[in-house]
Design a protein around this ligand. Sequence first.
Ligand SMILES: Cc1cc2nc3c(=O)[nH]c(=O)nc-3n(C[C@H](O)[C@H](O)[C@H](O)COP(=O)(O)O)c2cc1C
Length: 181
Amino acid sequence: MGKKIVVITGSPRKNGNSFAMTDAFIQAAQANGHEITRFDAAMKNVGGCHACETCFKTGKACSFDDDFNTIAPAILEADAVVFTMPVYWYSIPAQIKGVIDKLFSFVVGGKDISGKECAMIVCCEEDDLSVMDGVRIPLERSAALLKWKIVGEVLIPGVLNEGDVNKTDGCGQAAALAGKF
Ligand SMILES: Cc1cc2nc3c(=O)[nH]c(=O)nc-3n(C[C@H](O)[C@H](O)[C@H](O)COP(=O)(O)O)c2cc1C
């Protein structure tokens, strides 16, 4: 059965490695009958969480004028959420971290977002898989806290420049990930 999948990207590079894998995932997921809502965090205006804990008090997820509010309804409704990003300084890029931080709004607002499926597509320059720990571990722990089930992780090391992912099977793995929902 077709699922509603929200895909949240973190790279500012439209022709970059994580976008190429994202596109491969989306194409395969749509071919499998899933409905995709894509949110390119780096092309949006999402700030950090103010920890004001007034989320949803006036109806919108974030009380500030923030593009998170344009994706929040889709996240609420989604069966699954897929995060795609490069590693920046052994960690999650700031561009997408704001979106992840603002998932807190659902907790504060008393919205039940448990039971979703989740996956990640991550890449980095260095060859060592552990370089992606700074992305993988926070996402795994956040998913556990939210009671989301991780159905797959595509972790592609050794890609630096745009197009490098085509020398790996990253796009193939990302397409195969779509079969896990
Ligand atoms: C600000 C910045 C920080 C980075 N930090 C790391 C890093 O800590 N480790 C690493 O292996 N690669 C690092 N990289 C390289 C990217 O992860 C790599 O180029 C990746 O393929 C970019 O993905 P994209 O094309 O989807 O943007 C960094 C790149 C940038 C721009």
